[in-house]
Design a protein around this ligand. Sequence first.
Ligand code: SF4
Length: 278
Amino acid sequence: MARCEVCFRHCELKEGQIGICKARIGKGDNVISYNYGLVTSLALDPIEKKPLRRFCPGSKIISVGSFGCNLRCPFCQNYEISWSDEVAYVAKQASYIAPEELLKIAERYLDKGNIGVAYTYNEPLVGYEYVRDCAKLVHEAGLKNVLVSNGSVELKILEEIIPYIDAMNIDLKGFSEDYYTKLLKGDRKQVLDFIAEASKHCHIELTTLIIPDENDSVEQMRQLSAWIASLDKKIPLHVSRFFPCFHMMDKDPTPIKKVYELADVAREKLEYVYTGNC
Ligand code: SF4
């Protein structure tokens, strides 16, 4: 039996057993990546789509995703590659792209406005070894690395990748303990620690998806934005509109005026607040 040290779940896995994230597997005394280099999505995206608004505006970035996630958000927009039953099927269809090959792809798109590689779509850090190996090569080649993450891993994983990462968008999905524990099956403290540490080392922006009647109170936004401001009031926050998806089809989309109202609340503390999906 081996214990995974990547995230708060600390799965104990027998030989060949796959972790809750569907991306790591028990092997002898270790838990290793099960999705290394297995790419399910690859696209040249505008940097604003990550979303990053204050990092290389107007540029594009090769965006790569695998499969697996350690949270259980019922509203996941990428459920086919995160935690639905379809993940096992998608994993079988994935194509292997070695880190050296990914760098070559990124370089091939330089004349199309590409600035580097973004690790995104599923939760990249449940397969952090691939992020680390690719990001090192990309960094040495003088290109940029961007990480889009739920921030739900131990700080020692962040330490392994941070020397090569130029910018991150991290989800801060809400601010109450209950919201993280009950709805997302996550660990709020691990996310806050991750954000606080990442903010010391690279450009970060944060995203909060507003779910009606779940995390949409003015009070929660006030606490969330005050906490971000306590790190740095210049950290950009994206306040984003929810649309029904996956296991959360019973709710209406977030009213646009609610998103604007909460963005205004955040602006009381933060200098850069953007609305998304409106
Ligand atoms: S990264 Fe995956 S295998 Fe490791 S503890 Fe988290 S959920 Fe379990």
